[in-house]
Design a protein around this ligand. Structure first.
Ligand code: 13P
Length: 260
């Protein structure tokens, strides 16, 4: 974590919590963080719910003036038209979304999202004033074959190929660490996040490389967040399972308060 990049803790709910559960959960999260005097200026907190929850979360956040931000888990590469089942970036923006996750390994794996699709979606997000959280990460087999950083770096280069520098967030999520309870060590996370930052600097220049937040994701908990956040190139976390537990997630958000 570098002092001039505001850490981001984002909870990717995946396909969990309907809109009623989302209201109860978000309310409890916001109040827990408020009771703990969480300083959002020091650490940004985002929830990334299913699409069907977004309107309810918008009403809650705007109505109660919560400092939480939120976003979508995916978007269409198209802006509008005959694309049944797709959700446009403009719709996400109209609901007050700040972020959109793009290229999550579950989308790459179960929905055959290629690097070209990811790149098109990144361009669409930027065009619609959303900050993409671009996910990259290798499988265990990739790791054995190519070593730690080459595949995530190649995925990042492909995701921004030909695009002008813009605000993005990168999330390094090793597939072998997602939902397994086997998080990368802080040294592993740092090594890949540093390589990702170098690739950004090479492609988009020093300012982008310095300013872009790079998150780690994969079995993040309140027990491993502090060590991860002590690494100079890890600027936050994309949290899956642990983001569905208010106490655990708020503890992750408050990593700066943990005993070191
Ligand atoms: P877990 O935190 O459950 O490993 O999931 C990580 C993830 O995929 C976040 O996008």
């Amino acid at each position: 974590m570098a002092v001039d990049r505001r850490p981001l803790i984002a909870g990717n709910w995946k396909m969990n919590l309907d809109h009623l559960q989302a209201i109860a959960f978000t309310q409890k999260l916001a109040w827990t963080l408020r009771d703990a005097r969480h300083d959002y200026a020091t650490t940004e907190v985002a929830v990334i719910p299913p699409f069907t929850d977004l309107r309810s979360i918008q009403n809650l956040v705007e109505g109660d003036k919560f400092d939480l931000v939120y976003g979508g888990q995916d978007l269409s590469a198209h802006d509008a038209g005959a694309y049944t089942g797709e959700i446009s970036g403009a719709f996400l923006r109209a609901l007050g979304s700040t972020y959109v996750i793009i290229g999550h390994s579950e989308r790459r794996q179960y929905h055959a999202e290629t690097d070209d699709v990811v790149r098109a979606k990144v361009a669409t997000a930027i065009r619609n004033d959303l900050t993409p959280i671009v996910c990259v990460g290798e499988t265990e087999a990739d790791l054995a074959q190519f070593g730690p950083s080459s595949l995530p770096v190649a995925q990042l280069r492909a995701a921004i190929d030909g695009l002008s520098p813009a605000e993005i967030v990168v999330a390094y999520e090793p597939v072998w660490a997602i939902g397994t309870g086997k998080a990368a060590t802080e040294d592993q996370a740092q090594q890949v996040c540093a390589a990702l930052r170098s690739a950004l600097t090479e492609t988009w220049g020093l300012d982008s490389g310095d300013a872009t937040r790079i998150l780690y994701g994969g079995s993040v908990t309140s027990s491993n967040i502090s060590a991860l956040m002590r690494q100079p190139d890890v600027d936050g976390a994309l949290v899956g399972g642990a983001s569905l537990d208010v106490i655990e997630f708020s503890s992750i958000c408050r990593f700066l308060k943990h005993a070191v």
